[in-house]
Design a protein around this ligand. Structure first.
Ligand SMILES: [Zn+2]
Length: 485
């Protein structure tokens, strides 16, 4: 028996070596074959969604025309008028609660109304008294998009930080911002846009952002869809060439990207700085941040040394900086208000976590939503390596919502499906499934790796048993020679 045991051990060992070698050969062979099938199309990853904002559609000659309508003389006149409003004592100020501020509210309302806009005065009370915001609206012309609203605003009040009753002409802070809003309103009101644009002049900013905070905290998100607020505060001073800094908090970073694209497409001749992930909260945009809305602040890069003093007058400002920034604001708002909606798509199956068998037919399903244009086609792709490379399943497919896919020969837990939807204006969207597994059923999987070794094992076993048989025959022969006892 000992002899037999040794032989069996050798047989099993040979069997084990052969079996594992053959299995490895099979796997290697398969993956080499699969790699040759994969073309490196693109590398995309499924990941968390960041707020990318609307797509920028690029240069538009009509919008360029609007941007060119800004006038230095208008900007100058608006600021000159604003800085000369006087209180009861004949002191130039628009400090909140004074007659100067009241005059500014009336004049701003009248001005916005003269552009053909619907204007309303939003009164509010706060810790230090009563005040008002002036809001004008240019309603969107597309019934599907008119709820989507962009706000462009600036504070109307001024302050002298030395003394309450001292002169506060507030030419830069913030006659410059109001002048920009008025000039943008004058131009934009002559056109129609898909979405709604609101022009705002805030009260009581200098006393604690009260006007904008009252407005932002009273937005009813079930009634209106505020897409972004553009705030302008102190934009007329420059010391060393035209220079403006744009601030956005993290969720509003897309607004800086968008502003930058507009500036490049229309060659805006101002040195722009973009402060991403900014935490500068010292103006009305932060009232919108506080309520979760996207907002930016544009402010001069070099600070006006005369702000909050009687020296803040129009003669110290560089009017072309405000005019050019107004052009940029007009372009940005016009684009956003008019921008076409890209389509959207969501993969339904596979969701991820499934296990599909090679060569089986599986249903890929999805939902699309059309944007402004009609969907013209769908591309489907798969990856076997977590998105390092993608292979086409089909291109320019009809948007039928489902596709029967023959799963490729593979063994992976890093498979994903990607769907791309595009419309007749070359706008597109994509979605990527979670990871799923492609593997053979356990019973079947054993077969290719085992058939060959089992055959070898069988042959070897037969040979050994045969030689054992021969040996025992010999033993029997010798036993016959031994005399029986
Ligand atoms: Zn200010």
């Amino acid at each position: 028996m000992r002899n037999r045991c040794n032989k069996l051990f050798v047989i099993l060992f040979v069997f084990f070596i052969l079996s594992s070698t053959f299995s490895m050969m099979t796997v290697n062979f398969l993956s080499i074959e699969d790699e040759t099938e994969i073309s490196l199309i693109e590398s995309l990853e499924a990941g968390e969604q960041i707020n990318e904002g609307p797509l920028f559609s690029g240069y538009d000659p009509v919008i360029h025309q609007m941007m060119n309508e800004t006038e230095d003389s208008n900007i100058y006149d608006y600021i000159d008028t604003l800085q000369n409003f006087e209180n009861e004592d004949g002191i130039r100020t628009r400090r909140d609660g004074t007659l100067g501020f009241e005059k500014a509210v009336n004049w701003t309302s009248h001005k916005l109304n003269s552009f053909g806009l619907d204007v309303f005065r939003q009164n509010f009370t706060y810790s230090k008294g009563e005040s008002s915001n002036v809001i004008a609206e240019l309603s969107g012309s597309d019934p599907r998009l008119e709820d989507e609203t962009y706000i462009i605003g600036a504070h109307l009040d001024s302050i002298n930080s030395d003394e309450e009753n001292k002169s506060a002409p507030g030419a830069d802070d913030n006659g410059s911002g109001i002048a920009l809003i008025l000039e943008a309103a004058r131009i934009l009101s002559q056109y129609e846009f898909n979405r709604t644009i609101r022009f705002a002049a805030w009260g009581a900013e200098e006393l604690g952002l009260h006007g904008s905070s009252h407005y932002a905290s009273n937005i009813d998100p079930t009634e209106e869809d505020i897409r972004g607020k553009f705030n302008y505060d102190m934009v007329g001073y420059e010391e060393d060439g035209l220079a403006i800094t744009h601030h956005a908090n993290t969720q509003s970073n897309w607004m800086l990207d968008y502003k930058s694209k507009v500036a490049k497409s229309y060659d805006i001749d101002i040195n722009f700085t973009y402060e991403y992930d900014s935490n500068l909260t010292a103006s009305d945009h932060s009232s919108f941040w506080n309520e979760g809305y996207d907002a930016t602040l544009s402010i001069e890069t070099e600070f006006n040394p005369h702000y909050h003093s009687e020296e803040d007058t129009v003669d110290k400002l560089t009017i072309p900086q405000i005019t050019k920034l107004t052009s940029h604001a007009v372009g940005t708002i016009a684009h956003l208000a008019e921008e076409e909606e890209p389509p959207s798509v969501e993969l339904e199956t596979p969701k991820g976590g499934e296990s599909w068998e090679p060569h089986s037919e599986e249903g890929i399903t999805w939902h699309t939503k059309k944007g402004s244009r009609n969907i013209t086609g769908i591309d489907l792709k798969y990856t076997l390596d977590n998105g390092s490379s993608w292979t086409n399943i089909g291109t320019n497919l009809n948007d039928t919502g489902s596709y029967l896919w023959t799963v490729p020969e593979s063994h992976t837990n890093e498979a994903k499906i990607q769907i791309i939807v595009y419309d007749d204006h070359e706008m597109s969207a994509h979605d990527i499934s979670g990871s799923f597994t492609i593997e053979k059923d356990e019973d079947e999987k054993e077969i290719p790796g085992f058939t060959f070794p089992v055959m070898i094992f069988g042959v070897l076993l037969a040979l050994i048993l045969h030689s054992d048989e021969q040996l025992s025959k010999k033993q029997n022969f010798f036993e016959t020679l031994v005399p029986t006892r």
